[in-house]
Design a protein around this ligand. Structure first.
Ligand code: NDP
Length: 475
């Protein structure tokens, strides 16, 4: 019996190491089973105000040259009423509805019907059918990783149209930006509501559903872990990684085309934003298989937070720098442009290398070299609910010896570079770095809370060995 248990444990340990050590008890991961008042208040706030925030930012550019204060001043001094602002806002149009429907349908087609061919000729690229992490109920989903291919096909068609076919103007996205916002909202709400109904009545994997009994919390944070239609249409991967992120670079290209149309040239700041964000987006697609093991896919359920967030928040607020530069075409001096480019590239390098070091370390179970040396680490263990003990390792070499979330630090440096490219005249383009700082700091705390309850005193040994979270010596 004991031998049997030992064999079982060693098999599980082996299994765990191949799955990036994500197996743990249901109580320790994913979203909560019970809602506290603070979470509920935050959720109600976001449900009510997030769509208004997006509208306010986009409207400020459309009607107030990207000033965030002028609309408020106008409203408070009686120069304008809410109805004046609303009446000047472009309505939903058939044209925008047609563009948006075509766009989403095309991305669904690329996602579902074109198996990946990039991995067959791109050395080092991991595509095709890949396994995700073990879900809390013990399921392992398979995914067709073909995002890079979808991105390439879409962009080839975009450039073919811009330089050869001329079916539509490359400014099409900018020209329909607010009517498209209504379409994105409709899709965001439809998909989140559908996901909620699906979670109740026909879940893909009933054992991976979580119900708190609180309607708003369940709607926001999701019930199903991995809702799917059929074998391959995975909601979380599709909405996280297709219509919004593939569009990100096209939206920026459309802004650049608008600058060209309005001013007869594209400024170096616009080129910087296009290049730096383009690298970030391409990195996402190149590493899509790795992305299956990140917190977004491994821990979050699919609700409004992801459904609406991916359809509206991401494409509209992550692209504010390019939108701003259409209204304020900043031409940077050579020294400033070089400095911002360096900051963006160094930030990207840190972000990528830190993620790579952890991935390599976990994949090889520590049998690798980090910065030319055998890695140092803290041995740790944790228990699952059935009392089985598991072993894991926390890396303390390379960037992981500098701070506990140096990947976030690199991400923040890159984010700051996009914002700095817009100069200092307005705060609107700085929304991204403010938002990312809040998001990633909150994520640090959320993740560390989870790791601390998972690893207990071993986590304390790790935090003693690597005392800072983001900036060595500071925080
Ligand atoms: P991480 O990739 O940092 O993963 C955190 C997990 O890694 C922990 O829960 C723990 O899991 C494990 N871990 C923690 N410390 C160590 C260590 N020293 N050695 C080995 N494993 C460790 O976090 P995310 O998934 O949040 O982020 C991935 C990337 O995505 C980041 O670079 C981030 O910047 C980026 N990102 C970008 C966003 C955007 O909107 N642009 C949003 C969110 C993230 P375990 O239980 O396995 O031990």
């Amino acid at each position: 019996m004991a031998a049997h248990q030992e064999k079982k444990n060693s098999e599980e340990r082996k299994h765990e190491s191949t799955q990036n050590n994500v197996q743990t008890s249901q109580v320790q991961w994913g979203r909560a089973w019970e809602v506290d008042w603070f979470s509920l208040a935050s959720i109600l706030f976001l449900l009510m105000f997030a769509p208004l925030i997006v509208y306010y930012f986009i409207m400020s550019c459309d009607q107030y040259q990207c000033s965030l204060t002028d609309p408020l001043v106008d409203l408070l001094t009686g120069n304008a009423h809410l109805s004046d602002i609303w009446n000047k806002t472009p309505a939903l149009t058939y044209r925008a509805a047609g563009i948006y429907t075509l766009w989403v349908t095309f991305q669904v087609f690329l996602y579902v019907f074109i198996p990946d061919f990039c991995h067959k000729f791109l050395p080092g690229y991991v595509g095709g059918v890949q396994e995700g992490a073990v879900t809390p109920a013990g399921a392992v989903n398979k995914y067709e990783i073909n995002g890079l291919q979808a991105w390439i096909i879409t962009h080839v068609l975009w450039f073919a149209n811009a330089y050869y076919f001329h079916w539509f103007s490359p400014t099409i996205i900018f020209d329909n930006w607010i009517p498209l916002l209504w379409c994105a909202n409709i899709l965001g709400y439809v998909v989140s509501t559908f996901a909620m109904i699906k979670g109740y009545f026909f879940p893909t994997n009933a054992k991976d559903c979580k119900f708190t009994g609180n309607f708003f919390y369940d709607y926001m944070m999701g019930i199903e872990f991995n809702p799917r239609i059929g074998k391959w249409f995975d909601f979380k991967l599709f909405f996280n990684g297709r219509p919004g992120i593939v569009a990100w670079t096209l939206i920026n290209l459309s802004y650049a085309a608008k600058q060209q149309e309005l001013y007869g040239q594209v400024t170096n700041s616009m080129i910087l934003v296009n290049v730096l964000q383009g690298i970030y987006v391409l990195d996402f697609f190149w590493n899509e298989a790795w992305y299956l093991k990140t917190i977004d896919i491994c821990h979050d359920h699919f609700g409004w937070y992801l459904g609406w967030g991916d359809c509206v928040w991401l494409p509209y607020l992550y692209t504010l720098q390019g939108l701003y530069l259409v209204y304020h075409p900043v031409q940077l001096g050579t020294a400033n442009a070089t400095g911002i480019l360096m900051l963006g590239l160094i930030g990207y390098y840190i972000f990528r290398m830190t993620n790579h070091q952890k991935d390599l370390f976990r994949r090889t179970n520590g049998n690798c070299k980090i910065w030319g040396k055998k890695p140092q680490y803290i041995e740790c263990s944790y228990m699952s609910v059935d009392g089985t003990k598991y072993y894991s390792k926390l890396l303390t070499s390379g960037f992981w010896g500098w701070a506990r979330h140096f990947n976030y630090t690199g991400d923040l440096m890159g984010s700051l570079a996009y914002c700095l490219a817009c100069g200092f005249e307005h705060v609107l383009p700085y929304f991204y770095i403010i938002y990312m700082t809040i998001l990633l700091t909150h994520r640090c705390i959320r993740d560390e809370h989870r790791c601390s309850s998972k690893y207990g005193k071993d986590w304390n040994r790790y935090t003693a060995a690597v005392p800072y979270r983001l900036i060595p010596g500071v925080f």
